[in-house]
Structures are given as C-alpha cells and as structure tokens.
Write a protein that binds this ligand. Structure first.
Ligand SMILES: Nc1nc2c(ncn2[C@@H]2O[C@H](COP(=O)(O)OP(=O)(O)OP(=O)(O)O)[C@@H](O)[C@H]2O)c(=O)[nH]1
Ligand SMILES: [Mg+2]
Length: 162
C-alpha cells in the first residue's frame, strides 16, 4: 500500500460513541464540546489521526445532534470515506437511518461500526440487519484494540481506491 492521506468522517446519532471512538484511535485527539446536564456533547468537531500501513488517516468526528447539520456538511467536504457509529444497546433511531440513507447514496466507501457491544442489552446481530450489504464491524469504542482493528480492516478495503 503506497503512502498517502485519507480523510474519514465519523457520523452517528447523539451519544452513539463517535468521540469515544476517535479518542480510542488517537489518545491525542482533540474535540470541541459543550457540557450539558446529560454529559458532554460535541458541538463542532473531533479530530484525531493515525498511521495505518504508511497511510496518514485523518479522522473528523461530527456532532450527533440534528440541529448541527450545517457542521456535518462543512466537515464532510472532500471526505474519502465515512464511518457510521451506531449504539446497538438501544433501539435503532430514525436519525441513524436517515444518516445511513444519505451516506449510502453518496459514492464514497462506508463502514458501519456497531458500538457499545459490551453493554448487556446490546444486540449487534439484530442491529446488523438494518444495514444491508454494508461493511459492518462490532466494536466497543472505549476498547482501543477493537476500535483499531475495525478501522484498520476498513482502511485495508480502501487501498484499491487510493
Ligand atoms: N459501555 C460503553 N459506553 C460507551 C461506549 N462508547 C461510548 N460510550 C459512552 O457513551 C457516551 C457517549 O459517548 P460519546 O463518544 O461522547 O458519543 P458521541 O457520539 O460523540 O456524542 P455526541 O458528540 O453528543 O453526538 C459516553 O458516556 C461514553 O463513555 C462503549 O463502547 N461502551
Ligand atoms: Mg461527540
């Protein structure tokens, strides 16, 4: 695999685990957040990087709240690939479905990361059925090794596109 750069944008509903995923990949990751009574939420962007097979991978996380659509549009510009993080410990939500439909329509590679698989109520097998033939990984974003293994496997599928 030749050296190069890859911009991957991470999408997902509020609280799905996008910031946790990026932090697991890069402990030096940065993010812009607001403190709320429900915990912290991303209001602008997450940024982290990793080197995978001599490729510089730049990860940009987006806010999960619907009202930040304009931020998602700005951050998405020029992306080479997308990741959709899904909390599979709760019932599938409409916003996840709409993000999935929008991303599937775009001509960019997509990986779905079924997150929070460590929680007792999680059901990755059921969640998987909502994502058709897409590339799906089961992760626990707070576990670096599982997050990194999934990201590496996704990046390897992109090698031919670079
Ligand atoms: N048990 C468990 N908790 C997780 C996991 N991933 C994230 N969390 C928790 O879920 C909550 C939300 O995680 P974030 O990474 O902030 O979610 P986000 O998608 O960035 O949220 P927004 O930026 O507000 O859209 C935090 O309390 C995390 O600690 C996981 O794999 N397992
Ligand atoms: Mg976040």
């Amino acid at each position: 695999m030749a050296g190069g750069k890859l911009k991957i944008v991470v999408f997902g509903s509020y609280n799905a685990g996008k910031s946790t995923f990026i932090q697991a990949i890069d402990s030096q990751a940065r993010h812009v957040e607001a403190h709320t009574s429900d915990g912290d939420t991303t209001v602008a962007i997450d940024y982290g990087r990793a080197e995978i097979h001599a490729l510089q991978v730049y990860l940009f996380g987006t806010p999960g709240q619907e009202r930040f659509e304009f931020v998602r549009q700005i951050v998405s510009r020029g992306m080479d690939a997308a990741i959709l993080v899904v909390d599979c410990s709760i019932a599938p939500d409409e916003f996840t479905r709409s993000l999935y439909e929008t991303l599937s329509r775009q001509k960019i590679p997509l990986a779905v990361m079924l997150n929070k698989c460590d929680l007792p109520g999680s059901c990755p097998a059921t969640a998987r059925s909502a994502f058709g033939d897409s590339l799906v990984f089961e992760i626990c974003a707070s576990e670096r090794s599982r997050a990194m293994t999934a990201l590496t496997a996704f990046v390897e599928t992109l090698a031919g596109d670079l």
